[in-house]
Design a protein around this ligand. Structure first.
Ligand SMILES: [Zn+2]
Length: 147
C-alpha cells in the first residue's frame, strides 16, 4: 500500500469519469422509463407511493436511488483526485484518524503503520470511488444499519 502515482491517479480519474457518464445516462433513461410507465401525475415521489402493483417501478426507483448514491460517491472521489476533496484520494480517512490518535501516544506497534491509511490498490482498481478501506467500510455500514 502506498501513495498512488500520477499515472494511477489519471487512470482512476478516467475510470471514474466514464462510470459517472454511464450512470448519469442510466439514471436518466431509467427515470424516463419509470415515468412513462405511469399514466398520471408522473412524479417520482408519487410513483414510490403507488404500492405493490408497481413492483417494477419500485424496483427501478430503488435502482435509481442506488445509482444516484454511487454518482455522489464518484463525484466526491473526483474532487479528491483534483485536490478539492475532504481528504486525499486513495486514503481512508478513518485509518488516518486512527493513525493521528496513535501519534499522540506512540507505541512500538504504531511504528511502520504510517502507510496503512492508503486503501489497497486492489480495492481502488475495483472500486475507485471507495471512501474507506474494507475494514472501515464494514464499520460504517454497521453504524448505518443500527442508526
Ligand atoms: Zn480504514
Amino acid at each position: 500500500m502506498s501513495k498512488p502515482t500520477k499515472a494511477e491517479l489519471a487512470k482512476y480519474k478516467s475510470i471514474l469519469q466514464s462510470q459517472l457518464a454511464s450512470l448519469r445516462g442510466d439514471v436518466g433513461s431509467m427515470r424516463d422509463e419509470a415515468l412513462r410507465a405511469s399514466d398520471q401525475d408522473a412524479s417520482v415521489d408519487h410513483l414510490a407511493d403507488q404500492g405493490t402493483d408497481n413492483y417494477d417501478q419500485g424496483f427501478m426507483l430503488g435502482l435509481i436511488e442506488n445509482e444516484e448514491e454511487t454518482i455522489k460517491l464518484i463525484e466526491e472521489a473526483l474532487e479528491r483526485i483534483e485536490g478539492r476533496g475532504d481528504w486525499d484520494f486513495g486514503t481512508c480517512p478513518l485509518c488516518a484518524e486512527e493513525l493521528e490518535g496513535q501519534k499522540k501516544a506512540p507505541t512500538k506497534k504504531a511504528k511502520g503503520k504510517a502507510a496503512e491509511a492508503w486503501i489497497p490498490k486492489a480495492r481502488l482498481e475495483y472500486l475507485p470511488w471507495a471512501r474507506y478501506c474494507v475494514r472501515h467500510q464494514e464499520v460504517e455500514e454497521r453504524n448505518r444499519e443500527s442508526a
